[in-house]
Design a protein around this ligand. Structure first.
Ligand SMILES: Nc1ncnc2c1ncn2[C@@H]1O[C@H](COP(=O)(O)OP(=O)(O)O)[C@@H](O)[C@H]1O
Ligand SMILES: [Mg+2]
Length: 333
C-alpha cells in the first residue's frame, strides 16, 4: 500500500463516507435510517435488524445484509503503534483557565478523551463546564480551539448570563459566544439518551464543535433508577451513552466533559474519602477523573484520581466572577 493511502486510512473508519454509499442502501433508505439516528456506518453496524427492517420498510434479510455491509465497512482495524501515535498527535487541549489545573491534566482538557469531574454540590463542576464552553472558543494561543460547544443540561443549571460574564472577561463577544453553544435540556434519562444520539448530526452540520458537556451525567439516572433491582439496567444504559461519547471524541477529535455529583463521606475515617457514593459508575469509562472539593474562601482543590499518563496529584484554583483562575496559594509554589 502506498504511504499516502495508508496515512489516509488512519483517519477514516472505512472507505465509505456515508451510509448511502453502502451497497444496497442509497439515499432513500439512508435518509430513513438517519431519521431514526443511524447517522454513520458504525452506528448502523451495531443496529438491530428488525428495527432497520421496520424503519426502512424492507424485509429482514435485506436489513441484515445492509447491517452486514456496514460491519464489513466499519471493521475497526488494528492500528500499528505508529498509526496510533499519529492519532495521538492530533490531540488538542482546552485550558481550564488555571495554569496549575491545566498542568495537572497534562496541558488542559483533552480531545479524544472523556474528562469527568465529581464532587459535592458547589464544588465547581458546573463552573468548569461554563469555563470550558467559553475557553474552547478562544484562539489556540489563548488556550482554546476556536471551536464551538454542545451542552446537555440534565439539572437545569445552564445559565446564559454566566457564559456572558465569562466571555466578557476573556474579551469575547458574549452574544457570539452564546450563539456558538448548543444547549439541549434533558428531562428524563431516555431524553438524555436521545440528545446524545443527536450529536453526530450536529457535529456533521458544524465541524467546529470541539467540546461536548454533559452536566450532569448521572442525575436523571439516579432519580429514575431507585432501588437496587434496576442498578444493572441503569449501568448498562449509562455505559451505552459513555461509549457513544467516547466514539464521538475519537472520531471527531473533540473533548468530552462530564460531571457527576457525589455526596461527601464524613463517616469515612479510613480508606479513600474521595470514593464517590454509588460507586464508580462513570469512572471506569472516563479517561481522566478529577475529584473536586471546596477549600478556603472560593478556592477549590482538584485531585487527579485516574489518568492514563499523568501522575496523581492535587492543585488548588480559585472560582472568581471572571472565572477559573490560579489562586495565590498555588502561585507561591
Ligand atoms: N458569578 C460568580 N462569581 C463568583 N463565583 C461564582 C459565580 N458563580 C458561581 N460561583 C462559584 O461557583 C460555586 C458553584 O459551583 P458549581 O460549579 O455551580 O457547583 P457544582 O459542583 O454543584 O456544579 C459557587 O459556590 C461559587 O463559589
Ligand atoms: Mg452543577
Amino acid at each position: 500500500m502506498a504511504k499516502e493511502e495508508n496515512e489516509e486510512k488512519v483517519n477514516e473508519d472505512s472507505e465509505y463516507k456515508d451510509i448511502k454509499d453502502l451497497p444496497g442502501v442509497g439515499s432513500a433508505i439512508a435518509s430513513k435510517l438517519k431519521s431514526v439516528g443511524y447517522m454513520d456506518i458504525i452506528s448502523l453496524a451495531t443496529a438491530n435488524a428488525l428495527e432497520v427492517a421496520e424503519v426502512c420498510d424492507i424485509g429482514e434479510p435485506t436489513a441484515k445484509k445492509i447491517i452486514g455491509e456496514a460491519r464489513e465497512a466499519s471493521k475497526m482495524n488494528f492500528l500499528s503503534g505508529l498509526e496510533f501515535q499519529d492519532r495521538r498527535r492530533q490531540v488538542q487541549r482546552i485550558s481550564t483557565g488555571s495554569q496549575a489545573f491545566d498542568i495537572l491534566l497534562g496541558g488542559g482538557v483533552e480531545t479524544q478523551a472523556i474528562t469527568e469531574c465529581y464532587g459535592e454540590f458547589g464544588s465547581g463542576k458546573s463552573q468548569l463546564a461554563f469555563q470550558l464552553a467559553v475557553n474552547v472558543q478562544l484562539p489556540n494561543d489563548k488556550g482554546g480551539l476556536e471551536g464551538h460547544a454542545i451542552w446537555i443540561d440534565t439539572e437545569g443549571t445552564f445559565r446564559p448570563a454566566r457564559i456572558e460574564q465569562l466571555a466578557a472577561a476573556k474579551n469575547l463577544d458574549p452574544r457570539e459566544v452564546l450563539q456558538n453553544i448548543k444547549i439541549g435540556r434533558a428531562y428524563s434519562s431516555e431524553h438524555q439518551v436521545l440528545l446524545v444520539d443527536k450529536i453526530p448530526e450536529l457535529v456533521n452540520k458544524d465541524p467546529k464543535i470541539k467540546l461536548i458537556v454533559v452536566d450532569s451525567m448521572m442525575a436523571l439516572f439516579r432519580a429514575e433508577y431507585v432501588g437496587r433491582g434496576t442498578l444493572a439496567d441503569r449501568q448498562q444504559k449509562v455505559n451505552v451513552i459513555l461509549h457513544n461519547l467516547q466514539r464521538l471524541a475519537d472520531r471527531y477529535n473533540l473533548a468530552i466533559y462530564i460531571t457527576n455529583q457525589v455526596m461527601a463521606r464524613p463517616d469515612q475515617l479510613f480508606g479513600d474519602p474521595t470514593a464517590p457514593v454509588g460507586g464508580h459508575i462513570v469512572g471506569h469509562v472516563a479517561t481522566y477523573r478529577v475529584y473536586l472539593r471546596k477549600s478556603k474562601k472560593n478556592n477549590r482543590v482538584a485531585k487527579l484520581v485516574d489518568s492514563p499518563s499523568m501522575p496523581e496529584g492535587e492543585v488548588m484554583f480559585e472560582l472568581t466572577a471572571e472565572g477559573i483562575k490560579d489562586c495565590e496559594e498555588e502561585k507561591k509554589k
